[in-house]
Design a binder for this molecule. Sequence first.
Ligand code: DQA
Length: 145
Amino acid sequence: MKILVLNGPNLNMLGIREPDLYGKVSYAALVRMVERYCAERQIECECYQSNHEGDLVDRIQAAYGNTDGIVFNPGAYTHTSVALLDALKAVQIPTVEVHISDVSSREEFRQISYVRLACFATITGHGLDGYLEAIDLIRERFGKA
Ligand code: DQA
């Protein structure tokens, strides 16, 4: 099983950006955590982060035909990007939307999620554990619970 863990803009600043909201753990530490979790479960995983919408579209397209699931935190593009929604719809790879913070209790403009329309589950407000929960959901979907 192969999973792509995709992070959008400013998530490379984890540990530095708004630690009250996003915690004090760095992006590099998140990647290590995810890689270890996957390795323990014989899952091949690739972590990719970009601050650029088109790069994220390219990475989703590149997953077509070779990736079983996507764990996706699109950052602020969650609330703006029809292009990312369309990319997910194009490849039809089972995707879980993840947000570190509880977006449902934040500003009005964060209440819209375009990518959610192409995701089979959403996890918000569980901190970095949300990424691991998303991996579990994809495994369950493939009968590997
Ligand atoms: C976020 C929530 C978004 O609204 C925000 O723009 C982010 C991070 C989260 O993980 O909680 O960059 O996706």
